[in-house]
Design a protein around this ligand. Structure first.
Ligand code: 97T
Length: 261
């Protein structure tokens, strides 16, 4: 998979040299290219922003460097790998569609992704209009909070996507039995020692009874999801839960009403 990132802070992406993603790059599973937007300016000050037409607070990123940077990415990618026609362009911002595990799974199947990191109040809208003439473009948000720019969002998205690329994560099983892959949060986990500072590991986990362990874990996932993410339980609907699930949820709710939402 080829990844191109355009940013005014290339150093922000340095963590992608580390850990699992760094290893995937060395193994040539991920071909990551970071581009400095200021390299596509032509004035002495390497200007990338200006005041907004119509007035208002802050600065807007000018379209010309973005146009040149995207032209460069398209040409460089096509020269490197003729099989990848055009990238899917992802633009993080607080007004995008929510980035989800389902989206990460779809994007992990694509041969080429490009990320445009905006700063200030955003990028001139005509950059999106022009990009859409050539590529699929998606504005994505990590959640309902505000960042200073897209770089941290790109770090998160690249990690979420790249770990789903075959070969990047060694144990394929660790990819499926995780939160957000089947609509419930994960169960709590424990390791040695069996007692620590007066806290014992739940007895059932030491019992060796696989059926009981599985039911206990399912119950804990339901309990956590009901407590922390009632929206996820609602989204699962009737079909996602069986009679035993409904019974444990009824008991949890009687014990303690939901706190989230
Ligand atoms: O708030 C932002 C500013 C710039 C780029 C991205 C974001 C953002 O992305 N997800 C949440 C906020």
């Amino acid at each position: 998979m080829r990844l191109d990132v355009i940013t005014i802070f290339p150093d922000y992406l340095a963590p992608l040299d580390l850990s699992l993603i760094g290893k995937a790059r060395r193994d040539r599973l991920i071909d990551l290219h970071v581009h400095d937007l200021r390299d596509f300016t032509h004035d002495r000050h390497r200007t990338v922003d200006d005041t907004p037409y119509g007035g208002g607070a802050g600065m807007v990123m000018r379209p010309e460097p973005w146009g040149e940077a995207l032209d460069h990415v398209l040409a460089a990618g096509a020269a490197d790998d003729a099989s990848a026609a055009v990238p899917h362009l992802l633009v993080p911002g607080p007004s995008g569609v929510p980035f989800t595990q389902a989206m990460a799974r779809r994007l992990a199947l694509e041969p080429w992704l490009a990320f445009a990191c905006g700063r200030y109040e955003g990028i001139d809208e005509r950059v999106y209009d022009e990009a859409r003439r050539h590529l699929p473009v998606t504005s994505v948000s990590l959640g309902d909070y505000v960042l200073n720019g897209g770089e941290v969002a790109v770090l998160a998205m690249v990690e979420a996507i790249a770990r789903l690329v075959p070969g990047v994560v060694g144990n394929a099983e660790s990819l499926v039995e995780e939160s957000h892959e089947d609509g419930l949060l994960e169960y709590p986990v424990y390791t040695k020692p069996a007692e620590w500072r007066g806290h014992p590991v739940p007895e059932v986990l030491l019992s060796g009874h696989h059926g009981k362990v599985a039911r206990w874990r399912r119950d804990e996932r339901l309990r956590r999801t009901a407590e922390r993410r009632p929206d996820m339980l609602a989204a699962l609907g009737e079909d996602g839960l069986d009679a035993a699930d409904h019974e444990v949820l009824r008991r949890f709710r009687a014990e303690r009403p939901a706190v989230a939402d």
